[in-house]
Design a protein around this ligand. Sequence first.
Ligand code: ADP
Ligand code: GN1
Ligand code: MG
Length: 369
Amino acid sequence: MTPAVGHDALAIAHEFTLGGEILSAAPYGSGHINDTYKVDVQSERGPRRYVLQRINHKVFLRPDELMANVERVCAHAFTKLKQAGTPDAERRTLRLIPTRHSKAWHIDPADNRWRCYHFIEGATGHDVVRSAEQAHAAAKSFGAFQALLADLPGGRLHETIPDFHHTPSRFARFQQALAKDSHGRAAASVPEIAFALARAHEVNVIVDALRDGTLPERVTHNDTKLNNVLLDDITQEGICVIDLDTVMPGSVLYDFGDLVRTSTSPAAEDETDLTKVQLQLPMFAALVKGYLESTRGFLTPKEKELLPFAGKLITFEIGLRFLTDWLEGDTYFKIKRPTHNLDRARTQFKLVESIEAQLPAMQALVARA
Ligand code: ADP
Ligand code: GN1
Ligand code: MG
């Protein structure tokens, strides 16, 4: 999908109760799915910033259910932080700004759904990990997020994307894309296709264990890449988990796994110099430490044992999704260059190889933790 342009974000911003003169609305962030804008407002109390987002309704087919989830999750997290006396609770969870009609989201004439959040100031989402402190902070935050939602009232959340982390379904979709080869691209990705096909036997591990009850279903984030947690610019502490669109029932293993994918390699997700792509064991150690600090109270032995494998499985799954999107003609992830999805698939698969080579060391590290 090429980045969307042409939405009048400035006009949409006026639909929300921003309490001041709206000065500008400019594209913001590096997410692959939604259209995000930073909105600058001059209020009586000084300058204020907000985040305005158009929900990608080609990806999220039931945006109203998605927003119902987001409202519940934000309200629960904020209430619990307040009850715990957390001093800066306002900065530690996303908070929705109501529309002029007191709704949590706005529907424009073209049927797009828009929502607006307070801007989390003084914190940044990083695309590439720079230090073990950052890895530790990110894992601790996502673990704390899972702990915070363990007692979410109101029943099961909606599945905003059914089978989102059903790796065997992702594999089947890849096989269909390969069989169809609708854009004649398979010939340009022979090694990547072979890499994927050689790993078919491992895709069932987590979904099978969820189905037979060996692993518990919990409320999980499901998109825990490093840039979906904002780290304090001064202390590097994890401040706020963002991108709540895929918060739904799942396995904590996919959450931990995506931290391994995005917070252990010194290279970007789309790095084309594959010699730079590798799992750095000290970063993995920092992830394990941070994650266990928040989750020790509820994690089962089986969940703990599978943490290293989860890093490999989700890196493979996301690589598979990039490769599938490449074969299908780039209809899902935003791209900035023609081979962007193929480049991303190659990077993920290189990281899978690096994880495979270090799996025993990772397992030993978790066993000692
Ligand atoms: P996507 O689903 O497209 O990844 P995100 O919700 O992750 O969208 O938002 C995209 C980017 O916008 C984030 O990576 C982050 O940098 C920034 N962002 C999102 N929400 C906020 C917020 N409330 N305060 C500050 N920055 C934010
Ligand atoms: C997307 O929205 P964003 O950019 O945080 C994707 C994730 C992928 C990720 C890969 C809803 O995340 O599943 O892991 O790209 N989100 C959705 O970078 O598909
Ligand atoms: Mg994001």
